[in-house]
Design a protein around this ligand. Structure first.
Ligand SMILES: O=C(O)c1cc(=O)[nH]c(=O)n1[C@@H]1O[C@H](COP(=O)(O)O)[C@@H](O)[C@H]1O
Length: 280
């Protein structure tokens, strides 16, 4: 089954929540784990186990694993293997972007079946031009995998680039939305080319004249919890596109660890809050 279809089914079944696997040093300390590759592997495995049947997907952020070099990457491979074993969807947060020929290398690293870091979907940075992402888009399509392209990020600095206008007067974020939507035309129940739009962007979408209603692809929405957005912001931000939204929470739920039952409870509560905000 293609990524968009699989994700839509998981969101219907357990709710529109993705749990970030972000082993911050402070969280490892809180969980009584060492800041070592073994600590990261134990952290990731606990999050995976607590997310099975409570979250639609998990999103490991590669930065926290890269800190430990090759052994950190081995820990990430282990966590991805655990998720795969439990049929839990993985979105690799690596925010890759480069000239097309190098992009092919990144695509092969994450989107090729059997690759050590194989995941179900990958976050992409389109600021070398949307077209530079083509090798990742085509490899994803070939293998039934997905991508999430940064459109309007949750950090306040993003606006200086993403709100800028092209020579045609279209906003840079608007270009990303249009390009992604073109690749999802006709897909049922939704396509595989997703976008990242922060739940913290406030009125940016209406200010820029962006309508996500026709995207027909998943929208990964970070910003709830630790970055300050609540259910009201999620409802207000996504309007007619809310059925496409997959809310991400990392620190907001991870701080409930290390005990699996409490973490599971926090994930269920966050999934319920996301569902309420998007389907109310
Ligand atoms: O691509 C992302 O996931 C992402 C995009 C964005 O605009 N903002 C954003 O916070 N993220 C990621 O989402 C996660 C948010 O973590 P919390 O703020 O702890 O919930 C981190 O892994 C960020 O790197």
């Amino acid at each position: 089954m293609r990524f968009g279809h699989r994700l839509a089914e998981a969101m219907d079944r357990v709710g529109p929540l993705c749990v970030g696997i972000d082993p911050h040093v402070e969280l490892l300390r809180m969980w009584g784990l060492e800041d070592t590759p073994e600590g990261l592997a134990a952290f990731g495995e606990t999050v995976v186990m607590a997310s099975v049947d409570t979250a639609a997907a998990v999103k490991p952020n590669i930065a926290f694993f890269e800190r430990h070099g090759a052994r950190g990457i081995a820990a990430l491979e282990y966590v991805l293997g655990q998720a795969r074993e439990h049929d839990l969807i993985t979105i690799m947060d690596a925010k890759r972007g480069d000239i097309g020929s190098t992009m092919a290398g990144y695509a092969d690293a994450f989107l090729r079946p059997g690759a050590p870091l194989e995941c179900d979907a990958l976050t992409l940075s389109p600021y070398l031009g949307f077209g530079s992402l083509e090798p990742a888009l085509s490899l994803a399509a070939e293998n039934g995998k997905g991508v999430f392209v940064l459109a309007l990020t949750s950090n306040p600095e993003g606006a200086s680039v993403q709100h800028a206008r092209t020579a045609d007067g279209e906003s840079v974020a608007g270009v990303m939305v249009r390009e992604a939507a073109q690749r999802n035309v006709g897909a049922q129940p939704m396509g595989d080319v997703g976008l990242v739009v922060g739940a913290t962007v406030g009125s940016a979408m209406s200010d820029l004249g962006i309508d996500l209603g026709g995207l027909n692809g998943p929208i990964l929405a970070p910003g709830m919890g630790a970055q300050g957005a609540g259910p009201a912001e999620v409802t207000a931000t996504f309007g007619n596109a809310s059925s496409l939204v997959l809310v991400n929470q990392s620190r907001g739920v991870l701080s409930a660890g290390p005990f699996a039952e409490k973490l599971r409870g926090a994930i269920q509560a966050a999934a319920g809050a996301a569902q309420y905000a998007l389907r109310a």
